[in-house]
Design a binder for this molecule. Structure first.
Ligand SMILES: NC(=O)c1ccc[n+]([C@@H]2O[C@H](COP(=O)([O-])OP(=O)(O)OC[C@H]3O[C@@H](n4cnc5c(N)ncnc54)[C@H](O)[C@@H]3O)[C@@H](O)[C@H]2O)c1
Length: 315
């Protein structure tokens, strides 16, 4: 049994990670400012600290007596990073450095969320970790900054660090109300309310979707093997799905035929993003196992249940 700090643990991915750690008997402490996360996402066994990753005291206190930290807290909105460049930078990069700094004393391992956004306009298919990073947004640049500082933490201070480049993560608890939310949670929500599905452009743009339960397995495998080589891994399925196919699969699992509304293409939208999962498979012995149909089915039934619960509570 170990004790882990999960920053951003009340959020979408973090809360699933907390559930998995508790299920395997670990102790979990969460540091979260609840800017997008929700207290209700967390099981009662979790020790919760309301605080900010940019706050040195809060991070130092949250780091006492831990065996490792999963650093997931971030402003996960690419759009917000372009609007509030400095503000998101303070959370997304300075916050990460705060966590690495807190690890200097006891050298606890840090597994942190990076992003496929570090590849930016690199059009290689599929993208390997050794491919050139070429971020196009402050969000992507800060995630790349996290990787560079994590490397420095490992080289200079012997802190084990591992960077996880998440591709498009989806699953239960992803908030569809956020305008920046993943396309799957938005499609699921609109379909359940019999609203049309907006697709920008021709719908041929493709993404590498990975189910949140698979992401959790990647994170735990990375923590179990973290060392000072400061490794970076793609966290992806290696499967390409375009938005038309996505809408079709969602229709099949939910039994609702969607009305698709094609809107003008958005400027700056990346045409295709596909990761190569080979490195994580080889070194961490972990790969995505949940098919898109199965993952969507779980996402839809969770959405239906929570929507029903919310409308009952409102009666
Ligand atoms: N969801 C994806 O597809 C995806 C893709 C690439 C990378 N990521 C990264 O994965 C991580 C988790 O993302 P998510 O999708 O679960 O998003 P999320 O918004 O649900 O989770 C982020 C959590 O961090 C918390 N947080 C934000 N700012 C904070 C601060 N200053 N101090 C303390 N807590 C703070 C939020 O309240 C929330 O609970 C993030 O680092 C994100 O950048 C996510």
């Amino acid at each position: 049994m170990a004790k882990y700090l999960v920053t951003g643990g009340a959020g979408f991915i973090g809360s699933h990670l907390c559930d998995a750690l508790i299920a395997r008997g670990d102790e979990v402490r969460v540091l979260d400012n609840l800017s997008t996360g929700r207290r209700e996402n967390l099981a009662s066994e979790v020790e919760f600290i309301l605080g900010d990753v940019t706050d040195e005291d809060a991070v130092q206190k949250a780091s006492i007596d831990i065996d490792g930290c999963f650093h997931l807290a971030a402003i996960a909105s690419v759009a917000q990073s372009t609007e509030d460049w400095v503000g998101t930078h303070e959370v997304n990069l300075t916050g990460a450095i705060r966590v690495l700094d807190a690890a200097r004393a006891t050298k606890f391992p840090v597994v942190y969320a990076s992003s496929a956004a570090v590849y930016g306009d690199n059009a290689s298919m599929p993208l390997c970790e050794s491919d050139r990073a070429s971020p196009l947004t402050p969000y992507g640049a800060d995630k790349l900054g996290c990787e560079l500082h994590a490397r420095v933490a490992s080289v200079l201070h012997n802190i084990p660090t591992t960077g996880m480049r998440f591709f498009n993560v989806y699953g239960p608890r992803q908030d569809p109300r956020s305008p920046y939310s993943g396309v799957i949670s938005i499609f699921t929500d609109r379909l359940s309310r019999c609203l049309n599905i907006p697709i920008f452009g021709d719908g041929q743009q493709s993404r590498d979707f990975i189910f949140v339960g698979d992401v959790v397995r990647f994170l735990i495998a990375a923590m179990d093997r973290a060392d000072t080589r400061a490794a970076i891994y793609n966290v992806c399925s290696g499967q390409s799905t375009n938005l038309r196919q996505l809408a079709q699969t969602l229709a099949t699992v939910s039994g609702v035929t969607p009305q698709i509304e094609y809107l003008p293409a958005r400027q700056g939208d990346i045409r295709a993003s596909l990761g190569d999962p080979a490195r994580a498979a080889k070194i961490l012995n972990v790969r995505a196992e949940v098919s898109l149909g199965e993952g969507l089915s779980q996402t839809v039934s969770h959405h239906v249940t929570t929507t029903l619960d919310t409308s009952k509570a409102a009666e």
